[in-house]
Design a protein around this ligand. Structure first.
Ligand SMILES: *Cc1c(COP(=O)(O)O)cnc(C)c1O
Length: 400
């Protein structure tokens, strides 16, 4: 067993391995998927101990919804990654976001939300939060822009760094200082960092949310979310709502996530290296207007990225001097990059970003000309093939 002082790459390989069977003194390496709907106890004393622990808000196994060893091992992995006190599993990234909002806000509260957040957060606001009397206000996430928006009933600041679509780096330590000064809970969507290349809880964030669907799982075969808190009081509030809402994930998905996370460090390094090679290629193309990727030297967020991040990943966006029709031809001509939402799996993906979505982002500078933004997830394929694919597709876009 790795000790708590081990480096994270070591912890990820030794955390949650199967224990020895006391009779055979043998064990498999990987913890099996422990599927169960309920839990049985050896005697009443064991039952009462578990119930009392649950009552104190500790992680205790009293019923199938909380999951057993497979779930506990995955929660420990999320705590190790994020430097959290507790982690709570949710059936998708979006449901983890919902959990954070519902656990930390009450009717009549006002919440400030970075305008660069994952799009469906706005849908959660429109369909659920508004109806519950929680008022959401979107804003550029800088202390200067936010200062005048704080009201007596503002309770939370919700951010995502780097931002969805254009990957603008936020100054998390400055935002944490701002949140603390105004008594706001700071919640950050850390799906980009996956707890591995960005450690928001260490930079002053109170609650970190991760879509494990992306780099944690890493193989495009499961849906998963997690909410992490470092403060026991915040963890208590999330725990209660998590229990009350009946959140539960399948043991098989927890098992797949554990299996995926073993190779997270290797995958992240390779995605990041591949994405930088793609940036270098795109920078030389006449169609390229601007590259959005904080690990790339030309990005305005590069200095913040160097200061706050430990690495990068395969996500980038590129503004191309192509009109919508040409951009659609470009995306259609790509063969190795499939058209699809999501990212974080082994494979390359692309998505043509809607102008209406860009307009919601204060960071976006609309040049008014015939321009298109394409988002790429650079996968683990050989970059020579990926670059050849991009090259032929750019040529196909301009021809005709
Ligand atoms: C994908 C994503 C989510 C939602 O995760 P799902 O598991 O797809 O629900 C949340 N935040 C970010 C930044 C994402 O990219």
């Amino acid at each position: 067993m790795a000790s708590n002082s081990s480096h994270i790459d070591t912890l990820l390989l030794h955390s949650g391995i199967a224990e020895f069977n006391p009779k055979t003194e043998a064990a498999p390496v990987a913890l099996p998927s422990i599927r169960t709907s309920t839990v049985r106890f050896a005697n009443m004393e064991a039952h009462d101990r578990a119930m009392q622990a649950r009552g104190r808000g500790e992680r205790a196994v009293t019923y199938g919804r909380a999951g057993m060893d497979t779930h506990a091992a995955l929660e420990q992995v999320f705590c190790d990654l994020e430097g959290a006190h507790r982690a709570f599993l949710a059936p998708s990234g979006l449901s983890a976001i919902t959990l954070a909002f519902l656990a930390l806000l009450n009717s009549g509260d006002h919440v400030l939300v970075a305008d660069c957040v994952y799009g469906p957060v706005r849908y959660l606001d429109k369909i659920v939060l508004g109806r519950m009397g929680i008022e959401v206000e979107y804003c550029r996430a800088t202390p200067e822009a936010l200062e005048s928006r704080v009201r007596p009933n503002t309770r939370m600041l919700y951010i995502e760094s780097p931002g969805s679509l254009l990957f603008e780096m936020l100054d998390i330590p400055a935002l944490a200082e701002f949140a603390q000064r105004h008594g706001l809970v700071l919640v950050d969507d850390n799906t980009w960092g996956a707890g591995y290349v960005y450690k928001p809880l260490g930079l002053g964030v109170d609650v970190s949310v991760v879509a494990g669907t992306k780099y944690i799982g890493g193989h495009s075969d499961l849906m998963l979310g997690a909410v992490m808190a470092k403060d026991p009081e915040l963890a208590r509030r999330i725990n209660e709502t998590h229990y009350a809402m009946g959140y539960s994930i399948s043991a098989d998905d927890a098992w797949l996530a554990l299996r995926g996370v073993r190779t997270l460090p290797l995958r992240m390094r390779q995605h990041a290296a591949n994405a930088l090679e793609v940036c270098e290629f795109l920078a030389k193309r006449p169609e390229t207007v601007r590259i959005f990727h904080p690990a790339y030297h030309g990005d305005p967020g590069h200095e913040l990225w160097k200061r706050d991040c430990l690495g990068s990943n395969g996500m980038l966006a590129v503004e191309l001097a192509l009109n919508n029709q040409q951009a659609r031809r470009f995306v259609d001509a790509l063969e190795l990059f499939s058209i699809g939402y999501s990212w974080g799996g082994f494979e390359s993906l692309t998505q043509l970003v809607e102008q209406s979505a860009l307009k919601l982002h204060g960071y976006w500078q609309d040049s008014g000309a015939d321009r298109s933004v394409v988002r790429l997830h650079v996968g683990l394929e050989d970059t020579r093939d990926l670059i050849a694919d991009l090259q032929q597709a750019l040529e196909a876009a301009s021809a005709g």
